[in-house]
Design a protein around this ligand. Structure first.
Ligand code: FE2
Ligand code: FE2
Length: 235
């Protein structure tokens, strides 16, 4: 249940458009990075290369579609701020990619970024303008598919007893989750300005990440500890 008042949002107000430029920048940059990350994963996992290139292409189309959502409102995405906010997460992905730590790469893009996207888009959907709403609804389904790919890959290895994968998932979560929570914290004011409740986004993200960890084979208590540890470090 949401406590957000249902007052209509004026999508033509300067305050709305100003906040939208930063949120739209995050979305466009995030989708562009997702495209790059899935292409890198496609090279690192050659047996799934065509599948991962297909997921990357979906992300590229998401970026283009959301640029269109901004253009429809006469807004240019603030990509400079977004690149700055995403930089630590992207750097961490590249670090794990260089080390050949595939599970950690899949945690960052396939679990964390995808859960973040699903949570944010789900809460944007009810307040989205008529142009952006159907685009957002379609994208939510796609992100669910991306999350499913990463879950399956990780789950298969954890079920097979690969303890190195378990350790990688825990470690990548420990390092990447506080960065993600920091991004959300930074955007809280802008999310509120476009009619979203940042607390609801955080709650949904935590719920989705908990579910993802359980889906790949973590005990519920272990998953809760990982999330609680990240929340403590993000304070
Ligand atoms: Fe996407
Ligand atoms: Fe995605």
């Amino acid at each position: 249940m949401t406590t957000t008042p249902t007052a209509p949002i004026d999508i033509t107000s300067p305050a709305y458009l100003d906040a939208y430029s930063r949120i739209n920048g995050m979305v466009v940059v995030g989708e562009g990075l997702a495209d790059r990350h899935f292409r890198l994963l496609g090279r690192a996992i050659p047996e799934d290369g065509p599948e991962l290139d297909r997921l990357a292409a979906m992300e590229g189309r998401h970026a283009t579609a959301f640029v269109g959502c901004g253009r429809n409102l006469g807004v240019k995405p603030d990509v400079a701020l977004a690149r700055q906010l995403f930089a630590p997460l992207h750097a961490l992905f590249l670090e794990y990619d260089r080390q050949g730590d595939l599970p950690a790469c899949l945690v960052i893009q396939g679990l964390i970024v995808e859960c973040f996207a699903v949570a944010a888009y789900r809460h944007y959907l009810p307040v989205a303008d008529a142009y952006a709403a159907p685009i957002t609804a379609a994208v939510i389904n796609d992100e669910g598919e991306h999350l499913g790919y990463a879950e399956q890959w990780l789950q298969a290895r954890i079920v097979a007893g690969d303890q190195a994968v378990v350790a990688s998932v825990a470690e990548a979560s420990r390092r990447a989750l506080p960065i993600t929570l920091g991004i959300l914290h930074h955007l809280a004011g802008d999310l509120t300005a476009i009619g979203m409740d940042p607390i609801e986004v955080l709650a949904s993200f935590s719920e989705l990440y908990q579910q993802a960890l359980e889906a790949i084979g973590f005990e519920a208590a272990a998953a809760r500890r990982i999330l609680a540890g990240a929340a403590a470090r993000a304070l």
